[in-house]
Design a protein around this ligand. Structure first.
Ligand code: COA
Length: 384
């Protein structure tokens, strides 16, 4: 295995982007990443996309994007693992460069979700649940995460206020991110009084429906040094799966795929979670961030809620989480999210996060991306 680095990053603004097409979103992010890296050629690319077919009526995405980016005939592969599609695309790019097969590979992600109405968006997302045992019976992702939240509350005494504090923190961070969809600051009362979507989750506990794309350039350390680009090394990569239906799990107050993926990434890096300075985690719902932080060992089971309420994961806290604003504030174009997390890690590790969002001590960061309610997860560890 060769040493591998992230040498270029790019993303579009996230939001409801009527004026930009699916392909233009990807090309904008990919070009920005190539310009940032100082490369005009790539050996291959991977594109995370959950459901081009249902959201914009487009499949065969690898070839389409290679054509419009002007890089055909290089190999271009669309990667799908629900909301973890971007994280898996990044891992594929990393493996291809680490193996010696290629020197410079682009990992991107794209989703255009707002061209369909809310009912269709909810249906498209719900296809990432178990169709026979969950989707067929009307379960949606807000509903499934609401069940996980209720179980966590019953088992550990977690409160709605603790969950709301996660959204408040992520909006405070997103307020400083020029790429965020919902940069507004919000309050605990505001979250608790917002519309109930699936009890106990309010609308401000939920990530939004988003258009957007993100891309990064991954290269061998030798090539990175020759290019003279700022180098952020990939020192750990883990991926894991689990039953996609909640009823198939022993315990729905933990996410085993996140736990196993983080153990693998940490083991590869030769580190423990205590050696990590900050993280971007998959807060598709406030409860998801809380459970992930317990699953990857930042907190003991049942202990995250009180610590988060106390500021432990704030930008100036002991372990900052989602300095980008997370999925909640920055937005969640599902196929792009995992790559956008790598964009934020890279900014923080280069010391270039915008608008005072830069963390004081960012030497090693962890990105956790997740499909569905945790049927798949990736974890990557990057070092300045
Ligand atoms: N956070 C903050 N504000 C939001 C929001 C969110 N998640 N979702 C919508 N809004 C805002 C809209 O901008 C709109 O504001 P406006 O009236 O000032 O324009 C208002 O709330 C109503 O928006 P609307 O689009 O009608 O909401 P909706 O009821 O159709 O959708 C959710 C709200 C929560 C159901 C939708 O965002 C959702 O499904 N989120 C979860 C996505 C998901 O499951 N992702 C995959 C995770 S595994």
């Amino acid at each position: 295995m060769r040493d591998v680095a992230v040498i270029g990053i790019g993303m579009t603004k996230f939001g409801e982007l009527w004026e930009k097409s699916f392909r233009n979103l990807f090309v904008e992010a990919a070009k920005a990443a190539m310009t940032d890296a100082g490369v005009d050629k790539i050996d291959s690319m991977y594109i995370g996309c959950m459901s081009g077919g249902l959201f914009v009526g487009q499949e065969h995405i690898g070839s389409l994007m290679a054509d419009y980016l002007g890089v055909a005939p290089i190999p271009a592969t669309r990667v799908e693992s629900a909301c973890a599609s971007g994280g898996v695309a990044f891992r594929q790019a990393y493996i291809e460069v680490a193996s010696g097969m290629s020197d410079v590979v682009l990992a991107g992600g794209v989703e255009k979700m707002t061209d369909v109405d809310g009912g269709m968006a909810t249906y498209a997302l719900a296809t990432a649940a178990d169709a026979d045992y969950e989707g067929f019976h009307g379960a949606t992702f807000p509903g499934l995460y609401a069940m996980m939240a209720s179980a966590h509350m019953a088992k550990y005494g977690t409160t709605s206020e603790m969950l709301a504090s996660i959204s408040v923190k992520n909006h405070a961070n997103g307020n400083l991110n020029p790429f965020a969809q919902f940069p507004s600051k919000i309050t605990l009362e505001g979250v608790l009084n917002s519309t109930m979507v699936a009890d106990p989750l309010h609308i401000l506990d939920c990530s939004p429906v988003t258009d957007g794309a993100a891309a990064v350039i991954v290269a061998s350390l030798d090539v990175a040094k020759k290019l003279g680009a700022p180098i952020v090394r990939i020192i750990g990569s883990g991926q894991a799966t689990d039953s996609i239906a909640l009823h198939g799990r022993d315990d729905i107050t933990t996410i085993n795929a996140a736990k196993v993926a983080s153990q693998k990434a940490l083991q590869q890096a030769g580190l423990s979670i205590n050696d990590i300075d900050f993280a971007e985690v998959h807060d598709c719902f406030s409860i998801a961030e809380l459970i992930v932080l317990e699953s990857i060992g930042v907190f003991e089971p049942g202990k995250a809620g009180a610590a988060i309420l106390d500021g432990y994961t704030a930008r100036d806290g002991k372990f900052p989480v989602n300095p980008s604003g997370g999925l909640k504030s920055k937005g969640h174009p599902v196929g792009a999210t995992g790559v956008a997390q790598i964009v934020e890690l890279t900014k923080q590790l280069r010391g270039t996060a915008e608008n005072g969002r830069q963390l004081a001590n960012a030497k090693r960061g962890l990105a956790q991306n997740m499909g569905g309610t945790g049927g798949s997860s990736t974890v990557h560890i990057l070092e300045a």
